[in-house]
Design a protein around this ligand. Structure first.
Ligand code: HSE
Length: 467
């Protein structure tokens, strides 16, 4: 056989129908035997997600190198306390309690920030960009509240910012919107993006538990944030909504203008009444592009039982997106937890590392053009159907006076349901309305709630029918 030189011959094929069969040698282009390129990784934060990242690097660095051509090497890890017992073993010589040791290390090319909180995470990340490092973070609070400055720093220094892990843990929702829907015009999305709240509402619905009992279960299971108020008051969801909206609508979002309402006021009775009416109560993030601006809101919502999001239970997350060309899409999975979130972090690290080896890093910032500022519509302008639960004295004329006030404020009633008083002197009355303007509803409720016949603040839950 002739000398093969640098080319390798891979096999022999037969051509059907040719007789005698002529062996054909298939040539493959010059094989690339070069070693995978080493990329130095620095990590700040060795909590749940950080430990998942270290586990993945320890267990999969070789297979990642084989498959992607990049060898990820953990160079430095910053922890709060050097002596704490940990879920993963990290060589002592790379551990530090000083974030600067990680950021300043010239061998660290990609910084993973998993400490959370706005300050000093913002300063660390911006310094890393200035030192020409790429950054991967799961820090939704930082991106939602100070994102403008962080994105700008990435652009100015032409570095990459990966943040897939900041929304819905293991669901690759940001990549799907950014890349999969690159040519689509996203008109709206609805999402269950907080596992703690979804767990609490599911427990209340399936076991009839109270809000506080379900919350302590969620805390025991480690789903809730260190400060569970961030979960139950809707702030964590609002952070994720801000990040999602920026990508889905290419909008610079003023976080303070997002309407946010949590789940503390939802009672087990509301959940039962909603079910009787054919609905389930979910804490939703809702983003809609309207002619006059964006509707961005977080609040408990009545969803029809046959809506795809209604069957998302427990700690799971899901996002339902509508693109004008693709139509409806549903993304479902684990929104939190060590390995799902670590998987999202690693997806960014690998993407950036691969681009670095291709020399694309200087060309591609994560953001391209700066998104434009878009008006966020005030909640008073919302037009929606409403679930209203009044707690009123059980006496003649009360229902009539409620109906009159609603009518006087242009609110049309779809159905009325008086519930059992269960021996109490007041009764719950549930009214579903047709579509009404929120400012009209609020004006009417102010009047109804100031009546001596009303025994407690009226419960208002918006109804979403969009499928
Ligand atoms: N506390 C959050 C949740 C964790 O419950 O979804 C992930 O952001």
């Amino acid at each position: 056989m002739a000398k093969l030189g640098l080319r390798r011959y891979l096999g022999v094929v037969e051509i059907a129908g040719s007789n005698p069969v002529a062996p054909i040698l298939i040539k493959k282009e010059k094989m690339n035997h070069s070693e995978p390129k080493e990329i130095g990784i620095g990590l700040i934060g060795l909590g749940t997600v950080g430990s998942g990242v270290v586990k993945t690097l320890q267990a999969r660095a070789s297979s990642i190198a084989r498959e992607t051509g990049v060898k990820l090497v953990l160079r430095r890890v910053c922890v709060r306390s050097l002596n704490k017992k940990r879920a993963v073993k990290v060589p002592k010589n790379i551990l530090t309690a000083r974030p600067e040791t990680v950021i300043d290390d010239p061998q660290v090319e990609i910084l993973i920030e998993l400490a959370g909180g706005i300050h000093p995470a913002k300063e660390w990340i911006e310094k890393a960009f200035a030192l020409k490092k790429h950054v991967v973070t799961a820090n939704k609070a930082l991106l939602a509240e100070k994102g403008k400055s962080v994105y700008l720093a990435a652009r100015v220094h032409r570095r990459r910012l990966g943040f897939e892990a900041s929304v819905c843990g293991g669901i690759p929702i940001l990549r799907a919107i950014r890349e999969g829907l690159a040519s689509d015009n996203v008109t709206h999305f609805l999402g269950i993006v907080n596992g703690t709240c979804n767990y609490i509402l599911t427990e209340m619905s399936q076991k009839g538990l109270s809000f506080s009992k379900s919350l302590s279960e969620a805390q025991q299971k480690g789903y809730a944030e260190a400060n569970p108020a961030l979960d139950v008051d809707g702030v964590d969801s609002a952070h994720k909504l801000a990040v999602l909206s920026r990508l889905a609508f290419q909008a610079e979002v003023d976080f303070k203008k997002i309407y946010v309402e949590g789940i503390r006021r939802i009672t087990a009775a509301d959940i039962v009444y909603a079910k009787e009416l054919g609905y389930v109560i979910k804490l939703l993030v809702i983003g809609k592009k309207k002619e006059k601006g964006l509707e961005l809101r977080v609040h408990p919502t009545l969803l029809p039982l046959d809506h795809p999001l209604s069957s998302v239970r427990g700690v799971y997350n899901a996002v339902y997106v509508h693109g004008d060309h693709t139509g409806d899409l549903l993304f479902y999975g684990r929104g939190a937890g060590m390995m799902p979130t670590a998987s999202a972090v690693m997806s960014d690290v690998i993407e950036i590392a691969q681009d670095m080896t291709k020399g694309l890093d200087a060309m591609r910032s994560s953001w391209g053009n700066e998104p434009s500022a878009m008006k966020i519509l005030p909640i008073g302008d919302l037009v929606s159907k409403y679930y209203l639960r009044f707690q009123v004295k059980d006496k003649p004329g009360v229902l009539g006076s409620i109906a009159k006030i609603l009518g006087d404020n242009k609110i049309s009633i779809l159905s009325v349901h008086q519930k059992d008083s269960l021996g109490s002197r007041s009764v719950p009355v549930v009214i579903l309305t047709y579509e009404a303007k929120e400012s009209d509803i609020r004006r009417a409720l102010q009047k109804i709630d100031s009546s001596p016949d009303t025994q407690e603040k009226t419960q208002l839950i918006r109804v979403e029918a969009l499928i």
